[in-house]
Design a protein around this ligand. Structure first.
Ligand code: ZN
Length: 363
């Protein structure tokens, strides 16, 4: 059985907004030459597809697309009023809703297609048709709450996938592991009172959104692991070993879905972390071993953030190749970033924070 790789060129045509990085263009903010846009850019994803092809990896994957989610699927997570507003603006040529969630003409259909890629990935893995699967979703979804689009996210891709799979009787208990550098506030909010879906987020402390993502001990089926800016390879793996993996194991899920942001990588303009492609490869290996143990290896990764055009493809390739058991490619930046990893003093400090969280433990 192969690893699925679900993607669609139409998702890369999602657009809208006129920003210079995070700042709206206007006043003293000069427009970007060639047309502004959000840092959430199609090029990171297109270069990943190109890398998979040029490296020969795609030949070993089950490549495909999927149908967009139907309105009845979207209504399992999002209220009708929000969907109507989004669709009307999309039909009228695009616009912006919520906070930093712009879209162009047809953005509604593209977002439904993005969610469809994740839903099909989970469904085909749960049905045993694929070994595991990677969905190159765009727009991303992990910040979107039921009725508040934000942070480039319009529809809650992973929650929509989980709810369709649950409605079809394919899974009951799910663990969502979000290693995007930003807190997975949308997924957390949607499942805040649902003990069947564990949401785990490992992220940079007080990056976006500022007011969510703290470690707490009173949550229902939720674990937040905020890490200090500057955390690198060893800190990520330690947090996985001591906090993340035990929490998922204790939840006894039927499937694990990774919200696979690649913006904790050292070159990312929206994060201040120091993960490398090797970090993502090793975290993937850790989760695969756990999935093998607890849920028949049922594992899906849904693409989220990641804003370095040159480095996202290598980080994502590491995840996909590891999931598929296919040869890895050489990370051309590895030599540079090995010497830029945090020093021993930082690692002792971060290890102390992780130890504190491990001792306190979620309720
Ligand atoms: Zn992110």
């Amino acid at each position: 059985m192969k690893t699925g790789f679900l993607h669609d060129e139409r998702c890369l045509w999602h657009g809208g907004g006129n920003y210079a990085q995070m700042a709206p263009v206007g006043g003293l903010v000069q427009p970007i030459a060639g047309g502004g846009g959000l840092p959430e850019d199609p090029e990171t994803k297109r270069r990943l597809v190109n890398l998979l092809r040029v490296a020969g990896t795609m030949e070993g994957l089950a490549e495909g697309s999927a149908a967009p989610l139907e309105r009845e699927d979207l209504l399992r997570v999002h209220p009708a009023g929000y969907l109507d507003r989004f669709k009307a603006l999309s039909d009228a040529g695009g616009g912006e809703i919520g906070l930093r969630a712009p879209f162009g003409p047809g953005g509604y259909e593209i977002a439904a297609l993005s969610a469809g890629l994740v839903a099909d990935a989970l469904e085909r893995v749960a049905r045993g048709e694929l070994r595991n699967a990677y969905a190159l979703a765009r727009p991303p979804g992990h910040h979107a709450t039921a009725d508040w689009p934000n942070g480039f996210c319009l529809l809650a891709n992973i929650a929509l996938a989980v709810e369709r799979a649950r409605a079809r009787g394919l899974v009951e208990r799910v663990a969502v592991l979000d290693w995007d550098v930003h807190h997975g506030n949308g997924t957390e909010a949607i499942y805040a009172t649902d003990a069947a879906v564990l949401t785990v987020s490992i992220h940079q402390d007080r990056n976006y959104p500022l007011d969510t993502g703290a470690f707490r001990t009173d949550a229902v089926a939720n674990l937040n692991v905020p890490l200090p800016p500057g955390a690198g390879h060893r800190t990520y793996l330690e947090a996985m070993e001591r906090l993340v993996l035990p929490a998922i194991r204790a939840h006894e899920p039927d499937a694990i879905v990774v919200a696979c942001g690649l913006d904790a990588a050292v070159l990312d303009p929206l994060g201040r972390m120091m993960a490398t492609a090797e970090t993502f490869r090793e975290m993937t290996a850790q989760v695969m071993a756990l999935a093998e143990d607890v849920c028949g290896a049922r594992l899906v990764a849904a693409h989220e953030g990641g804003y370095s055009e040159v480095y996202v493809p290598f980080c994502a390739h590491a995840v996909v190749a590891e999931m598929a058991g296919l040869p890895h490619v050489e990370d051309p930046f590895a030599a540079t970033f090995r010497v830029r990893q945090p020093g021993a003093a930082f690692e002792r400090f971060a290890s102390g924070l992780i130890g504190e969280m491990a001792r306190t433990g979620p309720a």
